[in-house]
Design a protein around this ligand. Structure first.
Ligand code: DUC
Ligand code: ZN
Ligand code: ZN
Ligand code: ZN
Length: 497
């Protein structure tokens, strides 16, 4: 009975509570929850006594087979999703690269073609907006209505950055469509100027990377993106918040009532910028991503505290991996080191170690920041992100008492380097169930290429107040007014009058 499974005696953790109950799965769906369930004969039983039964991780930020900085990231949709599953992540959301001037739809189709046959777990796609004109809006609209894309990412840095007026138009388009606007927040013009100056002075090594893009360059962009989004009343998702300054800018915007969500990375929580000053080029270049890991040694702790206090809301990996030989493209010029690090496999363990094992957050908050919040933001809840009747059977049996040591020698990624090398983590995914199939079985990885599905993310319908049906509205029916951050005063007023 491949398609029937009973998980017994575990503690089921959702973002809002922990219940001792059994979970019965049939054909990839959670069909029963409780004690003393009546189960058909021949059902496989897994004993989860002493362990936690948690929703599979959702990594909302990966770049598999990403064509970037004159090369392509080495973890493809097979190796990348295999590594994800090995680490307890059962869904990823990747970014469709749209080159300047090229069709969003064609780029989307080519990603589907690359990914569909390779993915070992479910996946969805964000689409990058790298230029602006009216045709872009038309294509966004088709992606939303016909292809289940409900999120678009813009960049404020790199050669394909948008200026403020283009950002305004892109955010306004997202608002109109009920889509989520995402932004990579760094002031690209300042980064270009600083880079020129540093190289001219002879600062060419990886240590120049953070010097060219310091914290305030990130914080300024966060503040500016929040301002622009707020002008068009568009909910905003800031990807990879990497510094204390940027977190403060974000928290201040939220306290003013701006509807903005902040994501931070496993990389930023589990390591730091001191590695970029290592005299070994392979080592230092291996830690280069943008925005950079910070040299302020308090940063990882600060970001974890911010997740605990809900000044940051969720975590991703930004997995965008390059081998040592690719990183060597920047041997004589730090600005040519392909930007990106691993994290898709180790995110869950790193956050468990730094967050739960250290006593800063509880298991419920762990589930929220690794899974539930992402499901809600991208309108996939309660199908994903929780253990509930009718939800997809994407489940991890997590053993908090076991430890493992992270190493490039044993990881499942294609890349030949690991930024968490040598880190000992409590918290091991002993069983990982993907769409009802046991894909990590007593720590043995048994993924199936092509087992994952493309998941359509529905847009949020525009907020409409309906007095007759108000009490029946589910969160997702209420459009971006029910964005997981607190509703603004204006929306509360609309509901009561
Ligand atoms: N930053 C990275 O480090 N890699 C991929 C893209 C990005 O913004
Ligand atoms: Zn980015
Ligand atoms: Zn080295
Ligand atoms: Zn990214």
């Amino acid at each position: 009975a491949q398609n029937r499974l009973l998980i017994k005696n575990g503690k089921v953790v959702n973002e809002d509570d922990i219940v001792e109950e059994d979970v019965y799965i049939e054909d990839g769906i959670i069909k029963q929850l409780g004690r003393n369930l009546i189960i058909p004969g021949g059902t496989r039983v897994i004993d989860a006594r002493g362990k936690l039964v948690i929703p599979g991780g959702i990594d909302p930020h990966t770049h598999f087979e990403f064509e970037f900085m004159n090369t392509t990231s080495v973890d493809d949709f097979y190796q990348g999703t295999k590594a994800a599953v090995a680490g307890g992540t059962t869904m990823i959301i990747d970014f469709v690269l749209v080159k300047k001037g090229e069709s969003l739809l064609d780029s989307y189709y080519s990603y589907r073609q690359k990914a569909d046959e390779k993915v070992c777990c479910d996946y969805a796609l964000h689409v990058i907006i790298s230029y602006w004109n009216d045709k872009v809006f038309d294509e966004m609209s088709i992606l939303c209505s016909e292809h289940g894309v409900n999120s678009f990412k813009t960049f404020m840095a790199y050669s394909f950055m948008l200026n403020d007026s283009e950002l305004y138009s892109a955010f306004e388009a997202c608002k109109k469509l009920g889509a989520v606007a995402m932004v990579h927040a760094e002031n690209g013009s300042i980064v270009f100027k600083n880079t020129e100056k540093l190289l001219a002075k002879g600062v060419t090594g990886p240590e120049g990377h953070e010097l060219s893009r310091p914290e305030e360059v990130e914080a300024e962009a966060v503040n500016r993106a929040c301002t622009i989004a707020n002008q068009v009343d568009c909910p905003l998702y800031i990807v990879h918040v990497m510094s204390k300054s940027a977190t403060i800018a974000l928290a201040q915007a939220r306290s003013r009532g701006v509807r903005v969500i902040g994501e931070t990375l496993a990389a930023a929580l589990g390591t730091d910028g001191s590695h970029c000053k290592n005299t070994c080029f392979q080592h230092s270049a291996g830690h280069v991503l943008s925005p950079p890991l910070r040299s302020d040694p308090m940063t990882p702790q600060y970001l974890m505290n911010s997740l605990a206090q809900n000044d940051l809301q969720l975590t991703g990996s930004d997995n965008c991996t390059f081998n040592k030989s690719q990183k060597e493209m920047g041997l004589n010029d730090f600005s040519k080191i392909p930007n990106g690090v691993n994290g898709v496999e180790d995110r869950m363990s790193v956050i468990w170690e730094k967050g739960v094992h250290s006593g800063l957050i509880d298991a419920c908050r762990f589930v929220a920041i690794t899974s539930t919040t992402a499901a809600k933001i991208f309108n996939l809840y309660p199908r994903k992100g929780c253990i509930a009747l009718g939800s997809d059977a994407d489940i991890v049996i997590w053993n908090p008492n076991k430890t493992r040591t992270i190493s490039a020698k044993t990881h499942h990624q294609a890349v030949d380097f690991n930024i968490f090398e040598g880190m000992e983590c409590h918290g091991v995914p002993e069983y990982v169930i993907v769409n009802g199939r046991v894909c990590v079985d007593d720590e043995q990885v048994k993924v199936v290429q092509g087992h994952g599905n493309y998941i359509e993310c529905p847009v949020f319908p525009p907020f409409v107040y309906d007095i007759e049906n108000a009490s029946k509205l589910k969160p997702s029916d209420n459009g971006d007014a029910n964005w997981v951050t607190q509703p603004t005063q204006k929306e509360n007023d609309r509901k009561v009058c």
